[in-house]
Design a protein around this ligand. Structure first.
Ligand code: DAT
Ligand code: MG
Length: 153
């Protein structure tokens, strides 16, 4: 039980426009992760800059902020065993062109700047910081999936 974690995931504007919200949600549901929060929203400039603050010195930062604020996103929190690392592994690499078939970015994307999905990285505290940035505590719903006893030994 102590290995249950929460992680922050977001379908980016390219994924929303391309009708991939359901596909992304299905992959995590099928894996046995539990959706504990979800919000359809559009990021403003300040929110985008804070979310990607670690990348503010990168040459692509302004393009990234422009892209991520350019349309709606679907922000989510997923919970389960080693959720942060499991979601990263299901996503593939940052560049879809280098992501293996079977991964979300490897199956659904082709170009680095349009990689469909964000997921928290495995640096300690990253997931918590991102969850706090997008959701109030009362928006995170505690419940048991009725298949949990079949997903976990
Ligand atoms: P990830 O999204 O895999 O965690 P990241 O945190 O390093 O990757 O970068 C955040 C986003 O910024 C990434 O999803 C796409 C964009 N990005 C990263 N590296 C880039 C680069 N070299 N050129 C253009 N965009 C880049
Ligand atoms: Mg990252």
């Amino acid at each position: 039980m102590s290995d249950r974690e929460r992680t922050f995931v977001m379908v980016k504007p390219d994924g929303v426009h391309r009708g991939l919200i359901g596909e992304v949600v299905s992959r995590f549901e099928d894996r046995g992760l539990k959706l504990v929060a979800g919000k359809f929203m559009q990021l403003d400039d300040d929110h985008a800059r804070e979310h990607y603050a670690d990348l503010s010195d990168e040459p692509f930062f302004e393009d990234l902020v422009e892209f991520i604020t350019s349309g709606p996103v679907f922000a989510m929190v997923w919970e389960g065993k080693d959720a942060v690392a499991q979601v990263r592994s299901m996503m593939g690499e940052t560049d879809p062109a280098e992501s293996p078939p079977g991964s979300i970015r490897g199956d659904l994307g082709i170009d680095l700047g349009r990689n469909v999905i964000h997921g928290s990285d495995t640096e300690p505290g990253s997931a918590e910081r991102e969850i706090d940035l997008f959701f109030d505590d009362e928006e995170l719903i505690d419940y048991e999936r009725n298949d949990e006893t079949w997903l976990y030994e």
